[in-house]
Design a protein around this ligand. Structure first.
Ligand SMILES: [Zn+2]
Length: 318
């Protein structure tokens, strides 16, 4: 059997990441594969099971014995039943018994968590939140996810929506969000929000070197080159984040905000506006006590959080 190890899996709409960590949290093996979500849950789960078995077998040859598996998945999940109820990025995934099926495929105990929660858990255990007991992690990607840790525990609440900061209101009469509400953080500070704002501005006749279907990377490059519109859009995204951070700090008392996800690469373009907003709106506590840090684990954060969850099985979100 050898030394103990745990397998973390981050099942995303595009890619699926697997990583095996040891008792000290070191990554001992990893793999990325295309999810090919269009093929449906059976095909995805089949490939996932094979990839997990391969990684476990490879580890065994190096005297590492896998003890359990943690899975991070976007969407609505039920950690207690181990079921993916619904996932917007995985077509056809309705009430999929993820835990049961992966347990059958691998013979190992499996735990399941929300991807934004486990992203936060990874940063808490191994990244920018090491040594802290309280933090809020913002994952700025296609949408805005959130993971809240208070007193060393994930707060997801009885409805499972705890820490879902993407749908905190930052503009009462603001842009329409994918969730149906108006003025959510996600409508400004996600890739979708930034692209939507770009298209609206260009339609309204604003001039910019950017084209309507440019992505966030192109927008960030333009902003760094001084494109006025691009700079303004990141400013709006940063202002929205600052407002959300103030709300989080006031409701939870958490003083460390971690920025993760692909859009966080443009944090430098949003930071000044966020800080300005914090200074302006945070009075009850010293704004200087609110620290904002970039995540350290990049696209491996949720995978490592999932592995840590398996290791600590019992400390489960929800
Ligand atoms: Zn929303």
């Amino acid at each position: 059997m050898g030394a103990a190890a745990w397998l973390g899996i981050d099942l995303g709409g595009t890619n699926c990441r697997l990583a095996l960590i040891d008792a000290r949290g070191r990554v001992r093996a990893r793999r990325v594969m295309s999810t090919r979500a269009a093929q449906g849950p059976d095909a995805v789960l089949g490939r996932l099971g094979s990839a997990a078995r391969e990684l476990i077998a490879e580890a065994q040859e190096r005297q590492l014995g896998a003890r359990g598996i943690g899975v991070a998945c976007a969407g609505v999940i039920d950690p207690r039943r181990g079921v993916v109820v619904y996932s917007p990025n995985l077509p056809g995934w309705r009430d999929i018994a993820m835990v049961k099926r992966l347990t059958v495929a691998t013979g190992l105990p499996v735990v399941l968590g929300n991807d934004a929660d486990l992203y936060a858990w990874g940063e808490y255990r191994f990244g920018a939140g090491r040594g802290r007991r309280d933090l809020m992690c913002f994952t700025l990607g296609t949408g805005v996810g959130g993971g809240l840790i208070v007193g060393g525990r994930l707060v997801s609440g009885p409805l499972g929506t705890g820490g879902e900061v993407g749908h905190v209101m930052v503009e009462p009469q603001g842009r329409r969000c994918g969730c149906g509400a108006q003025g959510c953080l996600e409508a400004y500070s996600s890739a979708t929000g930034l692209k939507g704002m770009l298209q609206e501005a260009l339609q309204a006749g604003r001039t910019s070197r950017l084209e309507p279907d440019d992505d966030v990377k192109a927008m960030a490059a333009a902003a760094r080159d001084g494109d006025e519109l691009a700079r303004e859009l990141f400013h709006r995204a940063g202002r929205a984040l600052g407002r959300a951070m103030v709300a989080v700090a006031m409701i939870t008392g958490v003083g460390l905000m971690i920025m993760g996800g692909g859009v966080a690469a443009a944090w430098g373009l949003m930071e000044a506006a966020a800080q300005q907003e914090i200074k302006q709106r945070l009075h009850i506590i010293d704004p200087g006590r609110l620290r904002v840090k970039l995540g350290e684990l990049g696209d491996l954060a949720a995978t490592m959080g999932a592995a840590a969850l398996a290791k600590e099985a019992g400390v489960s979100p929800g």
